[in-house]
Write a protein that binds this ligand. Sequence first.
Ligand SMILES: [Zn+2]
Length: 553
Amino acid sequence: MLKKYLQLGLVLCLIFSVTMCTKTTQNLEEALNSISAESLAKNTQILSSDEFEGRAPASRGEELTINFMKDEFLKLGLIPGNGDSFFQDVPMVEINSVPEGSLAIKGNKETNEFSFGDEFTSVTLRTVDEVSLDNSEMVFVGYGIVALEYNWNDYDGIDVTGKTVVMLVNDPGFATKNPDLFTGKAMTYYGRWTYKYEEAARQGAAGAFIIHETEPAAYGWGVVKNGWTGPQFILPSEDQNMSRCAVEGWLTLDVTQKVFQQAGQNFEELKAKAIQPDFEAVSLDLKASLMLKNSIKESVSRNVIAVVPGSDRADEYIFYMAHWDHFGIDPSLEGDQIFNGALDNATGTAGLIELARAFKNLGSPPKRSIALLAVTAEEQGLLGSLYYATHPIYPTFKTVAAINMDALNIYGKMKDITIVGYGKSELDDYVKEVAAEQGRIVKPNPTPERGSFYRSDHFSFAKQGIPALYTGTGNDHVVHGEEWTRALKDKYTAENYHKPSDEFNPKWDLSGAIDDLRLLFKVGYKLSMESTFPNWREGTEFKAKRDADMQRQ
Ligand SMILES: [Zn+2]
């Protein structure tokens, strides 16, 4: 009898699971098919239209953008992600620092003056009326890096308190391509300007200038000029950021060479010395003076968050994120003044809508909840994601993973997909499995020297320990191959990246973006149906944080 019941049970189970399985498959197909190039194009076009004014935080463009996202999420039947609101306030301080006159550099019986914007940039994060450098001694500190794990200290044996440090961009590993120095050509966090200014402040410097060189910076002077000559947005801090340097800026290579010449030094020679572990900082014996007048405005920008509630473990979340903001309008420009940010990142923002629709079209909800987060002020230094990650609405230890989209594929179908920060987390395995289903292969990001892992919003989540995935678009076009793709991407970086010409083009081939969105959907879907938590791999910088956080489960 017992055996018979068992058999019957087994048969019933089989029938039941086959039915379930078929049903799930059908729903999954339906969900995947609802991700469409037409609506991705339409929403990208709307978000990057002139009407949206370049989507600057705390602007009219913001109002239009966040309400557009909210309305789209509402139409799809998603629920608000922050209590009864679709928005999370992100308090920000907007500082507009304008130099009084020029940057004056005195020494060796001459004074040279340099002009703001074309020759140098300068901002302050100190939220006070004015800051200045007054005859501040200039010191060349190589890469400006203190990295104990690499046995490296560019500030060793020198006190730069009140002085103005001048430093190279990127890190010695990139400069030498020596795989044993730092991480070879892959940029470390020490290569990023964010780190260099932070370190200069820790050392007590009054001023900190980074020397711009296109190759190690990974972008031209135009990007520096656009990014650093308008208002800067920061999160408010209790000490008014007095712990930061008074002045943070960039010098063109041309200006740098002139300054070193004035100091009687040879820039190329000192640069060559800076890659040696025994490099010692060199005083240039020059005095820098500069005054910045600040106008300070406190403002509030907003992240947008919507949720597809899970059926079984609704308190556990898979995040999809994309920054909705871009640079707004620059009235000082001739001709086109609107930074439409079509690729960067109207595409990713519109991608959130596609994913939301797909999860709603599953028929039955996923087991874990799905959060769609459109963050603000990425272009100002990942502020919206930083604010969310440090003021999370859902506990970080209940946040299974974060999947970031920043600039989707506009070039068509690819044989591959790249992971930025490949090898760091177990999420790679999910991508590999799903990519194989699409007949695609997974590759590491081919340009780790650009430090992309530290340059978009997933990094804010990673710093809090949350496993974060950031895929690139793939580079091996199914018809045209790799060289063709690289040429187009380089052209975009040179001509359109962070410029008013990053505009929607109806000729874009979004078929590859649809592949990527379907892939990311499946990754999130798999995670949503599991009960395990993926982690960072052994030896990565975020694993200890995650392990400690998961103890709170
Ligand atoms: Zn972006």
